[in-house]
Design a protein around this ligand. Structure first.
Ligand code: GLA
Ligand code: ZN
Length: 687
């Protein structure tokens, strides 16, 4: 068995990847620009380029007519300076001739309107014609570049997402359902609770994907559609990689995942916990809205930490930051420049949470079309004196000193559970309050205390192994299968500490409620039975008393019947005043806490501080600091690599109780250190 601290190199590179999307196909008539690109790569300390992402028209200008020479040159040029290529398959966007010849590749939206050619990320995920075309061009790419020494990795398509409602997809959905429900409409009708509103199906052909022109009201159908879209997208991806697996079995494969902004919550279009099993490496595109006018830099940094901890935990190995911007993006509501120092700080945060790369969108800024104003390494001025360019070069120089961090891990004893299916079902649920469900934001709230105390956290999904953790936090798990319940039971019985909250364990995997009360296993674990969930108006407040303090409560309250548990906190007002809001219960070797109400941050701080002490959860390496500084570590057998990051606009004092070496200067640091606004220090502690 691999030790927790054994390095995992996700690519053959033993250095940090730095570079990004490079689109020379936009500049083929400008050899002078292409020559500058290569010179500027050296000066920007970049080494890895994702090429060909939207290059189908340049590779196959007419059906069956190929032009690879320009790409051959790019490979050679990048190779000549010791750089590496992440080669993309071009399915993210297609040439006009392809849509014209094979109109079935055009996506049909949920209103059943076939989309015109144009844009990108808008193909049918079922179309055989598109699958064949994609497989063919991918084969040609693998044949031509599969043995090129510069080839590092495959980048499949781009940001897969969205659904298609065409007849091919409807057919595929019905086939998927037949296989899921053993060809039995009776089973399906039961699972979807179709007698409701007389929705019983008596022929498979009556089943249609969800549509805004006639809401079906069948939550089970909606949930299955989303599952199908994930499976069908994975199937599209699997089709893309057939020739790559065959011709280049040793080249790792990724596809770039996303997050939904501005809160950086997991992307909702696909269940990445399923997709993760099909890629060799997780990579994702991070576009936090830095310097915004509604939250502190530290609050946003906490959210960035959370999403990174989720994406890293999907495969429990380092991941890649596939895209970010060196300065502004072009699609936020306000596209503010990253302030001096922020590119380095935000880049190092990604490395600290487990990335082995800092890759940007894009290397050279486009001259026209929708991305001509998006931040890039090389701006329209083409100048290495550009501020953004120089800050990129600084990131590159920093990364060059971090090669020994590549492959290192971030073992954690605390896990928070996130589930895509639960998120979908909860959003779809008609009930509670539209504006305040905030499932992933609730997870971030539970994550916050650990982030503030620099305690490593894995954000895991329901099928992952719970046993490595001392503490498992499961907020708002509305949808819980019997399987998940029994795994949570085993975790607690074997000595784990489990924390669960309001709105948990209400429906099963079909979105059918449990009947006859809360699931008996949950009752056994927690020693309680939730009787009612009260939903408040956003402005309503109540309070709970916990260890002689009062904490503000809002949005949700569970009325609890305590059986064998102890009350930890009680409500102060309303018809459930003086009844328990938070409970604890010894269950076999473990302990189970139920937080019945949505409480303010300070409650979580105080509550989790108790658990942190009880369970001896600690940072990898203690650095004392004030609010807004984050200390995150990666480890191997002999070293702790510690990233000390000031996410505030003020100077901050940090204190090292033990001496460490600064990886940039080689200086030995101990005692107090003053950090400037946005400063980051990377230090190593050798065991
Ligand atoms: C996405 C895409 C890129 C580019 C960037 C701009 O992440 O993958 O092609 O459009 O956004 O931020
Ligand atoms: Zn389709």
């Amino acid at each position: 068995m691999m030790s927790k601290l054994e390095k995992t190199h996700v690519t053959e590179a033993k250095f940090m990847l730095h570079g990004g999307d490079y689109n020379p196909d936009q500049w083929l008539d400008r050899p002078d620009i292409l020559a500058d690109d290569i010179k500027l790569m050296k000066l920007s300390h970049t080494n890895t380029f994702s090429v060909g992402i939207f290059a189908w028209s340049a590779l196959e200008p007419e059906e069956g007519v190929y032009q690879f020479e320009w790409l051959d040159d790019i490979f050679e040029q990048i190779h000549s300076i010791g750089g590496r290529v992440i080669l993309a398959t071009p399915s993210g966007a297609r040439p006009a001739w392809l849509s014209q010849t094979y109109p079935e590749v055009l996506r049909v939206n949920a209103s059943r309107v076939k989309q015109l050619h144009g844009g990108r990320h808008n193909h049918c995920i079922t179309s055989n014609a598109y699958r064949e075309k994609t497989r063919h061009i991918n084969r040609l790419l693998a044949e031509r570049y599969g043995n090129h020494p510069a080839l590092l990795m495959w980048h499949i398509s781009n940001e897969y997402g969205g659904d298609c409602h065409c007849e091919q997809c409807q057919h595929a959905f019905r086939e998927w359902l037949k296989s899921k429900y053993d060809n039995s409409l009776k089973t399906l009708n039961h699972a979807w609770w179709t007698p409701f509103w007389s929705h019983t199906f008596n022929d498979w052909s009556q089943i249609e994907s969800p549509s805004p022109i006639g809401e079906n009201g069948l939550h089970g159908l909606n949930l299955d559609w989303r599952r199908f879209v994930t499976d069908q997208t994975i199937s599209f991806y699997e089709n893309e990689i057939i020739p790559l697996k065959e011709l280049t079995p040793d080249i790792p494969i990724t596809t770039n995942f996303m997050a939904d902004t501005p809160d950086l919550i997991p992307y909702q279009g696909l269940d990445y916990s399923k997709f993760a099993k099909h890629v060799d490496v997780i990579s994702w595109d991070a576009y936090p809205v830095w310097h915004n006018d509604w939250e502190s830099t530290a609050d946003l940094a906490m959210k960035v930490g959370f999403i990174n901890d989720l994406y890293r935990s999907l495969k429990q190995q380092p991941f890649l930051l596939m895209e970010c911007t060196p300065s502004a993006v072009n699609w936020h509501n306000v596209n503010k420049a990253k302030r001096p120092g922020m590119n380095l700080l935000s880049s190092m945060q990604m490395i600290a949470h487990g990335s082995d790369s800092v890759l940007y969108f894009q290397y050279r800024k486009s001259r026209g079309s929708s991305e001509k104003l998006h931040g890039a390494v090389v701006d329209h001025d083409n100048s290495p004196k550009n501020r953004v360019f120089q800050e990129v070069a600084k990131v590159g120089e920093t990364l060059e000193r971090l090669s020994e961090v590549v492959g290192t891990k971030r073992p954690a004893e605390t896990a928070i559970l996130y589930d895509w299916e639960n998120h979908w079902a909860l959003e779809d649920a008609q009930g509670f309050a539209k504006a305040t469900k905030r499932y992933p934001q609730t997870l971030q709230q539970h994550y916050r205390t650990f982030w503030e105390h620099d305690i490593p956290v894995d954000v895991i999904t329901k099928e992952q192994d719970f046993s490595p953790y001392k503490l498992l936090i499961v907020p708002m798990l509305y949808l819980m299968s019997e399987g998940t319940i029994s795994r949570l039971k085993a975790f607690t019985a074997n000595g784990g500490t489990l924390v669960m909250t309001y709105i948990s364990g209400i429906v099963n995997e079909h979105d059918l409620t449990y009947t006859g009360g809360w699931h008996p296993d949950l009752q056994a674990i927690f020693g309680i039975e939730p009787l009612e969930t009260d939903t408040l108006y956003p402005k309503d407040r109540n309070a709970v008393s916990y260890r002689s303090q009062t904490y503000e409560m809002r949005d949700y309250a569970t009325v609890i019947d305590v059986k064998t548990a102890s009350a930890e906190a009680v409500y102060q007002e309303d018809f459930y005043a003086r009844t328990p809001a938070v409970t604890s219960h010894q269950y076999q070797q473990g302990k189970a806490y139920f937080i019945g109400a949505r409480l303010e941050d300070q409650f979580h701080r105080d509550f989790y501080k108790g658990l942190i002490t009880d369970l001896s959860l600690s940072p990898v390496f203690l650095v004392r600091h004030g609010k807004g500084v984050s200390v995150q570590a990666r480890q191997d057998q002999d070293h702790d690599y510690i990233f000390v990051m000031n996410f505030t606009e003020e100077k901050q004092l940090v204190t090292f109780d033990q001496s460490v070496k600064d990886m940039m200067t080689g200086d030995i640091l101990s005692g107090d250190l003053t950090m400037e606004k946005y400063e980051v220090r990377i230090v190593v502690n050798t065991h």
